[in-house]
Design a binder for this molecule. Structure first.
Ligand code: ZN
Length: 192
């Protein structure tokens, strides 16, 4: 599945930038959407609403799954990967969009397998992080995995790091990495 990490060098990214203004037509009846105020539970709210039916474009955040992949058959080193379209040398977590009909844990097992071919042996939740610029919520796991590494075409390279070698970044997935390092009694260090 398309990784969320496409244009951004910082470990998070958009499939669509998912701003409410991107939508023009009602997906239910195909009439125009317009910014309209209506009374909601929390009071009057301005949202994109259909001009013909009662459809509201809520523009809820999209769940993105992320994994700190620790390779138990490679000395417990952590795999970071580089997206083929990133312009710089940034390496980030494995990420992907959660799909309909799967749990978050099923989704991140699938993403790790699709993107690296590694088999996830165990998962633990690190935390949930917002990424408001892209209207995403990031559900981050630590994944123990093993097997042969074969990258999907979306990824062009990977590197294996001892945990104490890792450098974190300020965006959501980097915060997850920092939190996991603290859980390992490692004070996170940050990219310049
Ligand atoms: Zn409509």
């Amino acid at each position: 599945m398309k990784t969320p990490l496409q244009t951004s060098p910082d470990g998070t990214q958009a499939h669509s930038e998912s701003q409410a203004g991107d939508w023009n037509f009602c997906p239910r009846c195909s009439h125009r959407l317009a910014w309209r105020e209506a009374m909601e539970d929390g009071g009057p709210r301005l949202r994109l609403r259909c001009t013909a039916c009662d459809f509201t474009h809520w523009n809820n955040p999209t769940p993105v799954l992320a994994a700190i992949v620790q390779c138990s058959d490679r000395g417990d080193r952590v795999l970071l990967a580089r997206n083929a379209v990133w312009p710089n040398q940034f390496y980030g977590l494995i990420t992907g969009f959660m799909e309909a009909g799967e749990t978050a844990e099923e989704g991140i097992r699938r993403e790790v397998q699709e993107e690296t071919s590694l088999e996830v042996q165990s998962l633990s939740l690190v935390g949930v992080y917002e990424y408001q610029r892209l209207n995403q919520v990031i559900i981050a796991y630590h994944a123990r995995a093993r097997g042969e590494i074969r990258l999907s075409p979306e990824l062009c390279d990977y590197r294996l790091f001892e945990p104490h070698e890792l450098r974190c970044w300020p965006q959501g997935t980097g915060q997850a990495l920092a939190q996991w390092l603290r859980q390992q009694d490692i004070e996170p260090r940050w990219l310049d």
